[in-house]
Design a protein around this ligand. Structure first.
Ligand SMILES: [Zn+2]
Length: 371
């Protein structure tokens, strides 16, 4: 991305109808409020658990780490229950705007799978932390942080093999995608399709994997779009791979892992440190608070990589018109508000705003035309 890139202010009325602007604003405002309220509910629920939960530790005969895991599970249940009403309300709102087609039961079943994964991660994390804390009560975080980073890398590598995706079949699209892959030096990275159109109408795509497991995935909802717009997405996802964004994310994760685990160790000392099961309820609260505090930084890093991927995609496709049409669809079809309030995009958005993305495509065009 050129360092001196200046984006023009757009007149959104030129790109969207008043109804599209209103509708996307109404849709997204709800989620902003809901996010704030749900996080307050989560923190309050876990604070109560941190205050009263430790007493369950005395009644367990599961051993030190076993008792810690029991308390971890109980904390997960407390957090999950505090979020359940919000999950239901989210489904209701998305159905209201025709973004989601699934019923409440299906949405909650999906939620069960997430819960299962969270359950396993909490048990594994407690095993590592409490194991090391038994050996090094004050400095367990020094060996634990690299283990967490290694697990993150292992997950990033294996996830593509667990995903339920199929190779892209459309031969014209595949030929064009191969051309883009050559241009971006990521030849051999496959393009997969994930079937989601039974559940949602929203378009999406992602890049994941490391080394030989690298691939990009398009939601089948995206394949309804004209080929030139799909290719903008393909180029954007290839750009994530060609610029090693997954490795860079892991690097950032490592940078956060050391101070993060140190702070957990520091804050749980008043409950005897992480070697003690009684510290587990408090540690869950600390983890949630630290994640919330890290969110704006995480999103700023993500937005930076997304901007880079957009720019690289413009260079590769040389099709700023298709890029603009695609971004406009994100507002029209997925109800992304083109100009959310600044505090909200700074804190909560992993991607640049639609307004910014369109302005970048225009800036690319301007540069190509020259002064
Ligand atoms: Zn992206």
């Amino acid at each position: 991305m050129p360092g001196d890139l200046e984006l023009r202010n757009l007149r959104l009325r030129d790109y969207f109808s008043p109804r599209q602007l209103d509708r996307s604003e109404d849709y997204e405002r709800f989620f902003r409020i809901e996010f704030v309220v749900s996080q307050v509910a989560l923190v309050v629920a876990l604070a109560l658990y941190a205050w009263r939960g430790a007493r369950f530790a005395r009644e367990s005969a599961a051993g030190r780490i076993g008792t810690g895991m029991l308390l971890g599970m109980l904390g997960l249940a407390v957090g999950w229950l505090s979020q359940l009403p919000f999950r239901v309300v989210e489904v209701w709102w998305q159905r209201r705007y025709d973004i989601l087609d699934t019923g409440y039961v299906d949405a909650l079943v999906d939620n069960w799978l997430v819960l299962g994964a969270e359950f396993l991660s909490i048990c594994l994390a407690l095993l590592i932390v409490m194991g090391f804390a038994g050996l090094f009560p004050r400095n367990w975080w020094l060996p634990a942080a690299p283990v967490f980073v290694a697990i993150g890398a292992l997950l990033a590598f294996t996830l593509p093999y667990l995903g339920d995706t199929e190779r892209l079949e459309d031969s014209a699209l595949r030929a064009n995608a191969r051309q883009l892959a050559r241009e971006l030096d990521v030849e051999g990275i496959p393009v997969d399709v994930e079937e989601v159109s039974d559940e949602t109408n929203a378009p999406n795509a992602y890049a994941y994997g490391l080394g030989p497991s690298r691939r990009i995935v398009l939601w089948d909802t995206l394949l309804e779009y004209p080929d030139d717009e799909v290719l903008v997405v393909v180029a954007h996802e290839f750009a994530h791979q060609s610029r090693d964004h997954i490795w860079k994310s892991l690097g950032w994760y490592a940078l956060f892992a050391f101070p993060g685990t140190y702070l957990i160790a520091r804050f749980t000392r008043r409950r005897g440190g992480m070697a003690e099961p009684a510290a587990v309820p408090l540690s869950l609260l600390v983890v949630v608070m630290l994640s919330l505090a890290a969110l704006p930084f995480e999103n700023a890093i993500s937005r930076h990589m997304e901007r880079e991927a957009d720019w690289v995609a413009l260079d590769a496709t040389e099709d700023p018109e298709a890029a603009q049409r695609l971004f406009r669809r994100f507002t029209r079809d997925a109800l992304a508000q083109p100009d959310p309030p600044e505090w909200s995009s700074a804190l909560l958005d992993s991607h640049p705003t639609i307004e910014e993305r369109i302005a970048m495509a225009i800036a690319w065009q301007d540069r190509r035309r020259g002064p």
